[in-house]
Design a protein around this ligand. Structure first.
Ligand code: GDP
Ligand code: MG
Length: 410
């Protein structure tokens, strides 16, 4: 097989969209030298860069608009008594930006910024004081009526070359009030459109073209515009940051579960290449040890990303008023309830050996670059198969668990 053919097929691997051009070049160069180990090292580094990409999200708006409550909800914390939760309530004010790292993904930080409510509010001074340049983007929270300050701030954020998303918060209260007022003609979609159109119009009138507005309730984050917001942010984030953003979202909607599955799937071939590269090092025993290590860490990451660990399951049960054992009853993958460790993975590896050999043949014909790498072939195939099957099982479990959680109790 010529290297031209191999590399042109490599181009078609969709996963390359989260590795930069430069890294792809490096990887090619490494392979051209016939050095699979160096190639593995390159991929390994790019995987680490993607997983550790810092993401700083600023949450701003008037005092009382729901900033702190949102910062907790998005980090899957339902009340402010939890360790690491932001204090909320009408009398709680923040004088300085306060960092709230995501409990699972520490490189993702939500910043609870001081309220913007003072009468002689100066957006430019405010943004300088909160060190605007350190944030990837801003979320402006606004409850009830649209306020002039929100627009001034939005304009200033834009002029400083940053992105903002406008969140109209506490929509649950608007719905409740409308329901009380118009018992017969209540129409949720219509009210949502009215509120959204009003916010867009006000921002538009202030000279902001095409503003992104989302209606949310931090008390019911899985409702209203949360999925649209998640989609938009994902699309607009630089590709290096997209992966970690997807993984850190709470597992409260089916589109999020789908996206997580896709995001993780894109990484599988890379981890498999890393393990293949290690297998090419002629040291007896090293390959197996490394494979198992990669598998254990990756499988744990998948389980936690889908919230199938004990702690997350308890929270989910709590959030939807269910019993945690009821949620657990729909989990089929045996590995989820056991501790994921080297012994368990080794057992699975030996058990699945015959199947993975067949799978390697299939892979070899589909992913030529790595599939045909002589020594690496077996290790690549086994790692790929294990991770692929595990991801599939665990993602399906997560869907079943969420279905159960959302089931209305009769
Ligand atoms: P901050 O000053 O912007 O940080 O606002 P907080 O997060 O402290 O919220 C102010 C008040 O609004 C608190 O009493 C919250 O419980 C309440 N609140 C926040 N978000 C929501 C929401 O989505 N729906 C409802 N109904 N109340 C909310
Ligand atoms: Mg606050």
């Amino acid at each position: 097989m010529t290297s031209e053919r191999k590399f042109s097929e490599m181009d078609s691997l969709e996963s390359f969209d989260i590795i930069s051009e430069e890294e792809v070049k490096e990887f090619r160069a490494a392979l051209e030298e016939g050095n699979l180990c160096a190639a593995g090292e390159t991929i390994n580094q790019s995987l680490k860069d993607i997983e550790n990409a810092p993401l700083n999200i600023a949450v701003t708006g008037e005092s009382g608009s729901g900033k702190s409550t949102f910062v907790n909800a998005i980090r899957n914390m339902d009340n402010d008594e939890e360790e690491g939760a932001a204090k909320t309530g009408v009398t709680e004010t923040t004088k300085e930006p306060k960092a709230y790292p995501h409990p699972q993904y520490n490189n993702v930080t939500f910043w609870d910024l001081p309220g913007i409510g003072t009468p002689n509010f100066n957006p430019s001074d405010y943004l300088k004081a909160v060190e605007f340049h350190r944030y990837d983007f801003f979320i402006i929270m606004s409850s009830e009526r649209f306020r002039h300050n929100d627009m001034e701030l939005a304009k200033e954020i834009k002029s400083m070359g940053k992105k903002f998303y406008f969140v109209r918060s506490k929509v649950d209260s608007d719905m409740y009030a409308s329901q009380m007022r118009r018992k017969k003609s209540y129409n949720e979609a219509k009210i949502m459109n009215e509120i959204r159109d009003d916010c867009i119009k006000c921002l538009h009138d202030g000279g902001i073209q095409d503003p992104k507005v989302f209606l949310l309730s931090s008390l019911d984050l899985n409702k209203y515009d949360f999925n649209q917001m998640q989609e938009t942010l994902e699309q607009e984030l630089p590709s290096q940051k997209r992966h970690v953003f997807m993984l850190c979202l709470p597992n409260i909607s089916f589109p999020i579960l789908d996206k997580k599955r896709e995001a993780i799937k894109k990484q599988i071939w890379k981890w498999s290449s890393v393990s293949a590269a290690v297998a090419a090092v002629p040291l007896p025993g090293l390959s197996v040890a490394c494979d198992v290590g990669i598998l254990v860490t990756e499988m744990k990451k998948y389980r936690d990303a889908f919230g199938l660990d004990q702690g997350s399951l308890e929270k989910l049960a709590d959030r939807f008023g269910k019993d945690v054992n009821e949620l657990k009853s729909v989990i089929k993958s045996p590995i989820v309830v056991k501790e994921i460790n080297k012994e368990l993975v080794t057992t699975l590896l030996t058990r699945g050996a015959a199947g993975s050999l067949m799978f390697i043949e299939y892979l070899a014909s589909n992913i030529p670059v790595i599939g045909t790498a002589a020594a690496g072939g077996i290790s690549f195939g086994t790692t790929y198969l294990m991770l692929y099957c595990f991801l599939k099982d665990i993602a399906e479990d997560a869907v079943r668990v969420l279905e159960k959680a959302l089931e209305s109790s009769v």
